[in-house]
Design a protein around this ligand. Sequence first.
Ligand SMILES: C[S@@+](CC[C@H](N)C(=O)[O-])C[C@H]1O[C@@H](n2cnc3c(N)ncnc32)[C@H](O)[C@@H]1O
Length: 261
Amino acid sequence: MEELYHLYCADCLKKLKDFPENTFDMIFADPPYLLSNGGISCQNGRVVSVNKGKWDESKGIKEDFNFHKKWLEACKRVLKQNGTLWVSGTYHSIYQCGFAMQLLGYQILNDIAWFKPNASPNMSCRCFTASHETLIWAKKDKKSRHYFNYDLMKNGDFPKDFIKKPHTQMRSVWAIGTTAPKEKVFGKHPTQKPLELLERIILASTKENDLILDPFTGSGTTGVAAVKLGRRFVGIEQNPEYAALAGKRIDDAYQHRENQQ
Ligand SMILES: C[S@@+](CC[C@H](N)C(=O)[O-])C[C@H]1O[C@@H](n2cnc3c(N)ncnc32)[C@H](O)[C@@H]1O
């Protein structure tokens, strides 16, 4: 693949069939958490619905599990032998994804707790405030010899993460704030991930020029981080509005990179 990135507006379950086996060095997947079922939350002091859209509605535990297993299987086929897969989720989805990954033979390397110091308060006051998401990091199978940039994770500069101390091993709890408004200037996506999170993931698990896939691209955060860091990127997003937003964001990152060189 010659160009730095490709974006497809398609259902990833169909589109993934077009790629040959063993194509990607790393896959970051932020699938629907399937939690849009009428709950409420609090944002800037206001009560808001947690509903993200039709694409995020649960169809029941078994059907949800089948969906996660299908896309995880399709991703395994296109992941290189020494490649790794990252999956993000909350309790609504992450246990299903983790179990499906184990059934499919992926080997889990870490489960990262992404702690959000500025998470919204809990409205019901009947349980703890949800303030983290989980990221499962796994290699393709037992034989895979995966890449980990241990030195950069230990000795790199992470000034905004109060958990990470200089020159000590990176732990599996990362303190990273929710997505800043300045990252939303091209438009809004209800579950946009912060750039800082994707940059850390890409730096930890890929080398320059590696090929990264995001089958649930959304607003394109993985593509923005990939292009910024000199990795090649393939994104798939089924919603045309979100795909257009991702295109604008990734083009902008590409222009920035070109101007710097
Ligand atoms: C949790 S969001 C991803 C957000 C993204 N990480 C970001 O930073 O903007 C999941 C996305 O997957 C898309 N999606 C859901 N099912 C899909 C499918 N079968 N194929 C491709 N995209 C899908 C949704 O439209 C949504 O934009």
